[in-house]
Design a protein around this ligand. Structure first.
Ligand SMILES: [Zn+2]
Length: 318
């Protein structure tokens, strides 16, 4: 029997990645990517996605008619039934019909999901959630998002927004957050929050090797730059990262207490760049959570890295 292949698209705020994925093994046959750019009009974005898909298909050298479909995981809120991207602040698109135009262009069925949801589906099928039916996948980067797997299925919640762990309030009347609220976890523990703390200290006159690396266009500071400064013992980076990891651990303790998952999977660019963030967050989580679930919940790293979203998106077509 021929192996089933499908296109997966990871549509994020900074890049669009498309891949041809083997649905039985999770193997990525070929992939292509382009920068997302803030787009003035949605049609431009859809065209850009189509270009990346074309490139991945031609690199893989597969017959388009043999593909199972196209799955897209978008960084925003989606209408899964209608295939519409409802709101995506980081991409700059609202109420954008995505499935229909791509379906017409490629003659393939198109399924739309949320980026964190599809990355969780990827980890469930081929990554760190492979042998586990109850887990929470948490991705730390520009923001913090999570996907919940319950009895082997994605738990979406009544309105389809379950898993917004980044907006769990950890400090009453705390820092303002992109969601319009105050004191949310992602305002303290994301890469953006760490960058903000570092820049705040630098502007107050503290010496730091990060001073020359501040890049307002890329969320302040890149994960790699922060990680390097941290490893060199840069006091500004150490203070910001340790504080973020501590608050992350407090958030994780609430997940352990409330949901009692078998496993928590931590992933995303910031986690991958910074092994000590993971370790410190784990220590805080164990110290703060209830004794019984604390001993039993496993905390592990995501395994599919940058490809989790693309692989998981392809699985939407199954
Ligand atoms: Zn928030």
């Amino acid at each position: 029997m021929a192996e089933k292949l499908a296109i997966g698209v990871d549509l994020g705020g900074t890049k669009i990645m498309a891949g041809v994925v083997n649905l039985s093994t999770g193997q990525m046959i070929a992939s292509a990517k382009k920068k997302t750019r803030l787009v003035a009009d949605g049609q431009d974005l859809v065209k850009r996605i189509a270009l990346v898909i074309d490139e991945a298909i031609s690199d893989a050298g597969v017959d388009i008619k043999k593909l199972n479909g196209i799955g897209i995981g978008a960084a925003g809120m989606v209408d899964r039934e209608k295939g519409i991207l409802l709101a995506a602040a980081n991409i700059g698109a609202n109420d954008l019909a995505m499935a229909e135009p791509l379906q017409q262009q490629f003659g393939l069925k198109v399924k739309l999901g949320n980026d964190v949801e599809v990355a969780t589906i990827g980890e469930l099928a081929f990554g760190a959630g492979l042998d586990c039916d109850d887990f929470v996948c948490i991705f730390v980067g520009t923001g913090i998002g999570s996907g919940i797997v319950h009895n082997g299925e994605i738990l979406r919640g009544y309105s389809g927004t379950a898993g917004e762990i980044g907006h769990m309030i950890v400090v009453p009347d705390g820092r303002d957050c992109g969601c319009g609220g105050f004191g949310c976890l992602e305002a303290y523990a994301s890469r953006t929050a760490v960058a903000r703390n570092c820049i705040f200290d630098i502007n107050r006159g503290y010496e730091s090797i990060l001073r020359d690396k501040v890049d307002p266009a890329n969320g302040g500071l890149r994960s790699k730059a922060i990680a390097q400064a941290y490893e060199l013992g840069d006091s500004v980076a150490v203070r910001a990262v340790d504080h973020a990891a501590c608050i992350m651990g407090i958030g994780l303790a609430s997940v352990v207490n409330f949901y009692n998952p078998q496993r928590i999977i931590l992933g995303g660019g910031f986690i991958e760049a910074m092994p000590l963030y993971f370790e410190k967050a784990e220590a805080e989580m164990r110290r703060r959570s209830l004794r019984i679930p604390s001993f039993e919940t496993e905390l592990v790293r995501a395994e599919l890295g940058d490809y989790a979203g693309t692989i998981g998106a392809a699985l939407l077509t199954k």
